[in-house]
Design a binder for this molecule. Structure first.
Ligand code: GMT
Length: 375
């Protein structure tokens, strides 16, 4: 199939999922066209089957807001015509599903029919999409998609609760390439991160308020009082300054490594003993799955789709949002005994197997085939 993929090219989960999906589909023989405003961060273009088409938005000083949706719709029309793209898969409803619908309508005028698959990722539904200013357009574009998927059962339930949806929603989980998380680094590389006797705790996110990074700091503060430990904070975002200030205030700044946007996540996770994800809301929690695939147990909040990924008492523990005392207790339980830690590490990897790329990607292929067959 010739598949057009529209996504955000950033470090965020939806862009990562879209990119990994496109790369895996290309390995399975499909021709993939990424259409977005920057090259997606994890995109490797050294492949005959993978193409990247940049959406440019000309700056016009009269406009307070530059019309990205318009530029995207036009680019989609051009790329479908030029490359014979058969199906468009848009990741994150806003504004991609809306722009794709406009492109589809324009193409129909030229007797070209391109169906649209929309994947809902989380904040496009829960935080942003359900805002009254956006809800009518989001509802419309979900209902006008030819197929809709959500990355967890929890997100499907939220979508049905928050919007008036007539379309069927298929749950297709986020996935992971387990081979990419086979720890292949040396102890000498670990020694660059921490001393031998120190436990390594990790958090990876876009440091937005929804991630509750302040809880990560509080839990880590409690852990390091009980045992030697280091915290790896990976990612950039609006909370960083506040978090740095809090680390200074608590006197733990020298135990926290602010690693920024890193391309070495596999290495960092390879040496981690525990992953913290205390988010306020999370449709799936791809970062937790990446940790688990690297054999890192997860201490997380019990919210959204996380319980579909992190299994309480097996791959880690779940606590109520903001329950720092419970998260600390669970973290110390896992970290406090070498044999127990080893068991949780093995369980984490085992639990991640369910989300293997080779199990999940065929589900998308089936949706494309069924959608094309209906048109
Ligand atoms: O919250 C993020 O890290 C970014 C956000 C995005 O839209 O890229 O992530 C969402 O999509 C991911 C991939 O499907 C999910 O794993 C995340 O749980 C989800 N984030 C939220 O729901 C807050």
């Amino acid at each position: 199939m010739k598949i057009g993929i529209v996504c955000y090219p950033t470090f965020g989960g939806s862009g990562v999922v879209a990119t990994e999906l496109g790369l895996e589909l290309s390995k399975r023989g499909h021709e993939i066209h990424f259409i977005t405003y920057n090259q997606p961060v994890r995109l490797e273009l050294v492949s005959n089957n993978v193409h990247y088409h940049e959406v440019n938005v000309p700056e016009y000083p009269l406009f307070h807001y530059q019309p990205y949706e318009l530029a995207l719709s036009s680019k989609l029309v051009d790329m479908v015509k030029l490359h014979g793209i058969e199906i468009l898969h848009v990741h994150y409803a806003i504004p991609h599903a809306y722009a794709a619908y406009m492109a589809k309508k324009m193409l129909i005028e030229e007797n070209i029919y391109v169906p649209i698959v929309t994947t809902l990722h989380g904040t496009d539904i829960t935080l942003v999409g359900s805002h009254p200013f956006y809800r009518p357009a989001v509802t419309f574009s979900i209902n006008k998609s030819d197929a809709v998927t959500a990355v967890s059962q929890s997100l499907k339930d939220d979508t049905l609760r928050l919007f008036d949806i007539k379309n069927e929603i298929n749950v297709v989980s986020n996935f992971i390439d387990l081979d990419k998380h086979d720890c292949k680094f040396t102890d000498c590389q670990r020694s660059l991160m921490a001393k031998e006797n120190e436990r390594i705790i990790t958090h990876i996110s876009n440091l937005r308020p929804v991630k509750r990074v302040e809880d990560v700091i509080e839990v880590f503060y409690n852990i390091q009082k009980e045992m030697p430990a280091k915290l790896m904070l990976v990612g950039e975002g609006p909370e960083r300054e506040r978090i740095e200030a809090r680390c200074m205030e608590l006197g733990i700044y020298n135990k926290v490594a602010f690693l920024g946007k890193s391309n070495e996540i596999d290495k960092i996770l390879c040496f981690s003993d525990l992953f913290l994800l205390p988010s306020q809301s999370e449709s799936f929690g791809l970062a937790a799955l990446e940790a688990m695939a690297s054999s890192v147990p997860v201490i997380s909040s019990n919210t959204g789709g996380i319980p579909e990924v992190n299994i309480h008492g097996v791959s880690g523990f779940l606590s109520d949002v903001g329950d720092i005392a419970d998260m600390t207790k669970n973290a110390l339980y896992i970290l406090g005994d070498d044999d127990r830690l080893k068991t949780f590490k093995e369980n984490a990897r085992q639990t991640a197997l369910k989300f293997d790329v080779h199990t999940i990607v065929p589900q998308y292929e089936k949706i494309y085939e069924d959608t094309l067959a209906k048109c």
